[in-house]
Design a protein around this ligand. Structure first.
Ligand SMILES: [Zn+2]
Length: 350
């Protein structure tokens, strides 16, 4: 299978677990009436600054990234950069769907969790006719404060609409009420003009603030959701891989020998390094196993390790040799006493 096909498969797996996670969270929100995806740090821990931490989205992203992680490890696929682009794209798409649905919940949508088709219909309608950019439906912006209210929107104990079950009707209802309320603010024509102007300016300002707060919210949630996938991506890219096959190497074995004295360690390591440089890999393994002891103890001050990894496709092997010195905080590699090489021959301990 080509590298690109493997990437498509692992991205699809990640998409599947991500979609499942988000849809489940939104479904549960409909059931229990509490926001899960949109939950913020403030909702859980308190403290206004924590409102900027999209805990729900981060949690969902970590769960969602498990498909990508499991698929990549199972297929030993080193992710391509395109996978990172896909992670960001999936995050944007799912945050859009989740926030569209949460806005519908917020303004009073109910009764959608009675059946799976009804819930699917609810999600589809809220996403394809998203009202995310109808700023007036959001609570209006007061900078950081509104972030909190937006992030925990669904937690509001007093939802705007009364929830007739049809969120569109609720939305229209609210607009009509808004218009009626503004009608009797002023009686005189001049007064009305002035009021309308003031209201116009105010509503533009409010819209801008709401827009900004909401945009920040969407960006934060997208990054929060993408975090899990990005960490998985970075982790997978840090694993040694076969450059010919773009496959993560699989560990074949590892053997460590321990020494109490510097001199003993150097005798062994010098012999192993000499053989490694002569490309006598199997002999180097034998030399390595011939000296020192195979278990750690209070007495040990030095150790040397050979690790063998292989590519499951082309069968090439990578041997990594390194010596370490015991320090207060644990074992520390001795930089000059290290060697790594790739070989087509199937080396092994034994
Ligand atoms: Zn290979």
């Amino acid at each position: 299978m080509t590298w690109m096909n493997r990437n498509i498969i692992v991205v699809l797996l990640g998409t599947a677990t991500s979609v499942t996670t988000v849809v489940t969270m939104l479904y549960l929100q409909g059931k229990i009436g509490l926001p899960l995806f949109g939950i913020s740090g403030q909702t859980i821990f308190g403290g206004p600054l924590l409102a900027y931490i999209p805990v729900g989205a981060i949690f969902a992203g970590f769960l969602g990234s498990l498909g990508f992680l499991a698929g990549s490890l199972a297929m030993r696929n080193r992710p391509a950069v395109i996978a990172l682009v896909a992670i960001l794209g999936i995050s944007m798409g799912l945050v859009y769907v989740a926030e569209s649905a949460e806005l519908e919940y917020y303004i009073g949508a109910r009764g959608t969790t009675k059946s799976v088709p009804a819930f699917g219909h609810f999600l589809a309608v809220s996403a394809f006719h998203s009202r995310l950019y109808q700023w007036s439906l959001w609570q209006g912006g007061e900078g950081g404060e509104s972030m909190a209210s937006l992030l925990s929107a669904g937690a509001s104990t007093a939802p705007h609409g009364q929830g007739t079950g049809d969120s569109k009707v609720d939305g229209i209802d609210a607009s009509v009420q808004g218009v009626m309320a503004s009608e009797d603010v002023s009686k005189t024509s001049a007064g009305r003009q002035l009021t309308e102007m003031t209201e116009g300016v105010e509503s533009i300002g409010t819209m801008f603030k709401a827009h900004r707060a909401q945009s920040i919210l969407l960006v934060l949630q997208t990054l929060g959701f993408a975090l899990g996938g990005i960490l998985v991506y970075v982790h997978l890219r840090s694993i040694t891989y076969c450059k010919d096959c773009m496959l993560l190497l699989s560990k074949k074995g590892e053997k460590t020998r321990y020494f109490s004295r510097s001199r003993d360690m150097h005798l062994s390591v010098d012999e192993v390094l000499t053989k490694l440089r002569d490309k006598q890999l199997q002999q180097a393994i034998h030399a390595h196993l011939a000296k020192g002891v195979d278990h750690d103890g209070n007495w040990s001050e030095y150790c040397s390790t050979i690790e063998i990894q292989r590519c499951l496709q082309c069968r090439s092997h990578v041997m990594d040799f390194r010596a370490k010195h015991k320090e207060d905080k644990g074992w520390k590699s001795i930089q000059v006493l290290a060697f790594s090489t790739t070989t087509p021959e199937p080396i092994d301990f034994g």
